[in-house]
Design a protein. Structure first.
Length: 356
């Protein structure tokens, strides 16, 4: 078999860069844990000696880390002064937790999920994945930090107003269920904005439930109840006027059962606000036109599809599996008759208004 040497060399370089990126996830996580990005942001351009004095950390380790981060193009380097700095753009991604671009928590999630890698060979042999709880409490915290900008800053100001008459109903007072509420960020924020409505967060993960209860204690709200689905499933009495799911359907082993339960829980004139990962109906489209596909398929095998196959005969939709076409088909099968994609969407999610 003849090969093109230049193509071999290019491919070898591509693989080496993938390995380098994996190493960077671990080393950037260390820097994030130690507050090094924030320290550089506060101090301005610094040598390793100056940063050691600022942080109280060992200069030699800092020097190597700074050099690595400059090679990763996550930090800036000025050779004449031997100083390192963080750009304004990098600050938004690595330091500012209130920024829509904040993604440093992704390093934490990546490192938490490395323990899952050793389980993957058995998953390939048996088909059985891992539940969210199998990853431990740090996974719940990492995902909470990774996905909290939209629920804190855009849900009540931008997304809910797109639902016909919903803000007025919430002001008057209705019953709302957040199914798969996770740490309760969206639930608690909605409840704070609409004190006349009653909010119920349904969750199956004990680690997420612990985080939700902790967040609720900090919020000191009286119109929120956190519900353990293992003990109290979603009621089938059509008692909810609004049901929300945020990045949930693709994670569950039996999504058809979840959709059926939501249909039974929602009132005849109620609304289901469904958010899920943006993707295309075919793999070819995701391969060629989805810039996040590489990241999402990796995340799927380590978390989302794994969760969706954590029970025998799980559907295994995966991170990119609940696209708009699938959503329309599955909701119709569950008995919903109205489906509308909202105008608001972002690089990660699409939002749907679904009605009985």
């Amino acid at each position: 078999m003849s090969v093109n040497r230049r193509k071999v060399e290019a491919f070898a370089y591509q693989v080496s860069q993938s390995i380098a990126a994996a190493m960077n996830c671990s080393l950037a996580y260390v820097g994030d844990q130690l507050g090094l990005y924030e320290a550089l942001s506060d101090a301005g351009p610094s040598t390793s000696e100056e940063l050691a004095k600022t942080t109280g950390l060992h200069e030699r380790w800092l020097r190597e880390w700074l050099r690595h981060q400059a090679c990763a193009r996550q930090l800036e380097y000025e050779p004449t002064s031997d100083k390192f700095s963080i750009s304004a753009e990098a600050q938004l991604v690595l330091c500012d937790k209130d920024s829509p671009y904040y993604f440093a928590s992704g390093f934490a999630v990546y490192n938490v999920l490395q323990d899952a890698v050793k389980h993957l060979p058995n998953a390939f042999r048996t088909g059985m994945g891992m539940s969210y709880d199998d990853h431990g409490p740090a996974c719940a915290t990492g995902i909470e930090n990774l996905n909290n900008y939209v629920p804190r800053y855009l849900l009540t100001s931008t997304i809910l107003p797109e639902l016909d008459g919903m803000c007025e109903s919430l002001d008057r007072g209705i019953r709302v269920a957040d199914v798969g509420c996770g740490a309760g960020v969206a639930l608690i924020h909605m409840a704070g904005e609409y004190p006349n409505s009653q909010f119920f967060g349904y969750e199956i993960s004990r680690h997420a439930l612990n985080r939700a209860h902790e967040n609720l204690r900090g919020a000191n709200l009286k119109n929120v109840e956190i519900v353990d689905v293992n003990k109290n499933p979603l009621p089938d009495d059509e008692s909810f006027d609004l049901v929300c799911t945020f990045d949930v359907v693709h994670d569950v082993p039996f999504p058809n059962q979840m959709l059926s339960a939501i249909r039974k829980a929602i009132s005849p004139k109620g609304t289901w606000l469904c958010s899920d990962i943006r993707s295309f109906p075919t793999f070819e489209e995701n391969l060629n036109d989805n810039p996040s596909a590489f990241l999402m398929y990796g995340f799927s095998m380590l978390v989302c599809m794994s969760s969706a196959m954590s029970e025998k005969n799980g559907a295994g939709l995966g991170t990119l599996g609940f696209n708009e076409q699938v959503a329309r088909e599955m909701t119709a099968e569950a008995g919903f008759t109205q489906f509308r994609k909202l105008e608001y969407e972002n690089a990660t999610n699409s939002y749907y208004e679904i009605r009985p």
